[in-house]
Write a protein that binds this ligand. Structure first.
Ligand code: ADP
Ligand code: MG
Length: 160
């Protein structure tokens, strides 16, 4: 049950991130995939604002692999595995985030060791024409299926 969303500006991508952020729960894991510039960080900015965190706090973690944001209704752990460069995920203590009480958003989710998390929401971003982006949301596990369903229902109501 994948859910495909088309956005046509960074603002629209952020708006979807914010809607998702409002539906997440302690311990939620959101995996992001897509090439450089696809909009992963943009989406996480929206996610942050949906959790009540200032989106300006969120940036591409350059030297820090992990940025922790505590000003929202849930902690947000923003992880970018692109710069992991061979460092073991155990070395950065990723399990503590994944199995903690905050929301963990991971860019370049595919670099995570296979099988480390089994329940998560995968968001794949790809390029359309110009500013168009295609966001494909695939839930793994019942909790994430419910989240995606809630997002779809909200969108339905918004269009009515
Ligand atoms: P990533 O983290 O995937 O490398 P970023 O979120 O850092 O990507 O960058 C996305 C870039 O694409 C930004 O410069 C943003 O302004 C631009 N952009 C253009 N259209 C969109 C869109 N529809 N959604 C998200 N970003 C967009
Ligand atoms: Mg990024």
């Amino acid at each position: 049950m994948a859910y495909e969303i088309h956005t046509f500006s960074p603002e629209q991508t952020k708006a979807w991130g914010a809607r998702l952020g409002q539906l997440l729960f302690p311990g939620a894991v959101v995996g992001l995939e897509g090439d450089l510039g696809a909009g992963k960080t943009c989406f996480v900015k929206g996610l942050a604002s949906g959790l009540g965190i200032d989106e300006d706090e969120v940036s591409s973690p350059t030297f820090t692999l992990i940025a922790e944001h505590y000003r929202g209704k849930l902690p947000l752990y923003h992880i970018d595995l692109y710069r992991l460069e061979g460092a073991e995920t155990e070395e950065i203590g990723i399990e503590e985030y994944l199995f903690g009480q905050g929301v963990t958003a991971i860019e370049w989710f595919g670099f995570l060791p296979a099988g480390l998390v089994t329940d998560y929401l995968l968001i794949s971003l790809s390029f359309g024409v110009g500013e168009e982006r295609v966001l494909t949301l695939t839930p793994y596990g019942v909790r994430y299926e419910q989240v995606v369903r809630a997002l779809q229902e909200r969108e339905g109501k918004r269009q009515r």
